[in-house]
Design a protein around this ligand. Sequence first.
Ligand code: MN
Ligand code: MN
Length: 321
Amino acid sequence: MPNQKSGNSKMPQSLTAPRYTEIATFMRTPIITDPSDYDLAIVGIPYDGAVTNRPGARHGPRELRNSSSLMRTIHHVTKVNPYELCRIGDGGDVRFTRIYEIEPSLEEITQHISHFHNAGVVPLSAGGDHSITLPIMRAIATNGPIGLIHIDAHTDTWDEFMGSKYMHGTPFRRAVEENLLDPKRTIQIGIRGAQTSSEGWDYSEKIGMRMMFIEEFNQLGVEAVIREARQIVGDRPTYISFDIDSLDPVYAPGTGTPEIGGLTTIQAQGLLRGLRGLDLIGADVVEVSPPFDPSGNTALVGATIMFEILCLLAETISKKG
Ligand code: MN
Ligand code: MN
């Protein structure tokens, strides 16, 4: 059932059912049949055909849906209830028809996200590997280059890998080249881990992105990082891309390219809560890889980060009326 447009509450009835019941949609929201009934779509992008090493993120959306049934409705710090602010539904999974070909697969992601964007619905996507962010940006950066708050152990600004320009280490370089992303309005937070070449770091620096290694993050502290991130993206349209490997593998081991010495969950939550009121036009949580997550904790962490971001997006949507 679509959410009710009128009345005091936009809360879907499915949110009051026992949390172990019903089909596991994202956050127990209704499945979207008509985008015009909704303001925000949580979309699954089960694709990991563009990883460098350990695959498995194609199983991310299903496990994130399952773990997201543990989420409730009122944020315990901000007191935001996203379901009171806007109409939220599950936008289904991208239906891939050519999974062995990267570029056509990315095109199918763009089509699925455009379906919502063109109806004025803001997408919160669950990956999938990080290659999915480029086609999302192609769908939503329709009024010029956007700003980006990118939380990740890696810059994902390589030029290519094994002859492919489109893989999970290159989306933000392609996005700059395609004029979808403004590098001067981009901050990359949590960068770390040895590399075989410095080309990603070099590109981010050369093109004018604010690249913040984890050591600097810890030195500055969360509040100072929030101030700088807000200043960099300003009050113009901005996207949040959250790679689960930004977190320390203690919290999120279930990912393809883990790097120790990462963010704590508390730091990540604090950082996200500092981003209220920005002009957010979409977000994603990527690289949750259930085959490497036997305890299921990475999926729980991913679903909780999605809830944090959902609250931010819902507030922005409600202020735009
Ligand atoms: Mn990444
Ligand atoms: Mn990463």
